[in-house]
Design a binder for this molecule. Structure first.
Ligand code: DX5
Ligand code: ZN
Length: 218
């Protein structure tokens, strides 16, 4: 499968985010991961659809919007209008409405993903295989960049990839988010993920291009 690297702008300086996304594109990133936090679903507040709209003209890369918000369904139209290419919603926030929310995202012409927190088993995602373009497995507790990768996430990735393969959708993108480094990327990919979010690893690097290339190397 194609390995895609999605640097998270959470680890960047928001005062120059337009230049930052252009730089990510020049340095070989595949997507721009936008961490939207509402101060409720997770304690911090980051940014909303306005910022996504403002960075849209600065890159052709797909904008991968990870909504860590309560009631994500109330925000999806704004993110679609702002230029999001993919919207990820947490099953912990959507509950029984998860399928409905995923279908509403796709109805707006945007790719949809369902996300699970570290404490949520991946089996809750199984019902939505027909409604997603991507699954996202959180490998840290959402809310903060720079945390350590939770090793149990590897088993969850294996279980999810094997479910997709057994159910006739081997090519569904599986994204992993949190604590991805040049050291653990190999085992994460081997476990079944093909989309790697990387915040601190990319933005703390003195060689962004080299780091993105090395994350991709299997
Ligand atoms: C955490 C965010 C992540 C975060 C990853 O809530 O969803 O996308 O930015 O940061 P690193 O790569 O530093 O763990
Ligand atoms: Zn994220």
């Amino acid at each position: 499968m194609q390995i895609k690297i999605a640097p998270s702008i959470l680890a960047s300086d928001f005062s120059e985010v337009g230049q930052t996304v252009a730089l990510l594109e020049q340095n070989g990133a595949d997507m721009v991961h936008c961490d939207v936090m509402d101060g409720n679903f997770v304690p911090p507040i980051t940014f909303g659809a306005q910022l996504v709209k403002n960075i849209r003209p600065h890159t052709r890369l797909p904008l991968d919007c990870h909504l860590m918000t309560l009631h994500p369904q109330t925000h999806i139209e704004d993110f679609a209008a702002a230029g999001a290419d993919l919207i990820s919603v947490h099953v912990e926030a959507c509950g029984k409405q998860t399928g409905e929310v995923l279908r509403a995202i796709r109805a707006l012409g945007v790719k949809a993903a369902a996300v699970v927190n570290p404490a949520t088993p991946v089996s809750v995602l199984f019902d939505w295989l027909g409604d997603v373009d991507m699954y996202l497995v959180m490998s840290v507790v959402p809310g903060w960049g720079g945390q350590k990768f939770i090793p149990e996430s590897l088993k969850k990735l294996e279980e999810l990839r094997s479910f997709c393969v057994k159910n006739g959708k081997p090519d569904v993108d599986i994204e992993v988010d949190g604590g991805v480094t040049e050291q653990n990327a190999h085992e994460i990919i081997a476990a079944g993920a093909n989309v790697l979010v990387a915040g601190s690893t990319v933005f703390r690097s003195a060689d962004m291009r080299g780091t993105i290339a090395s994350l991709r190397r299997v």
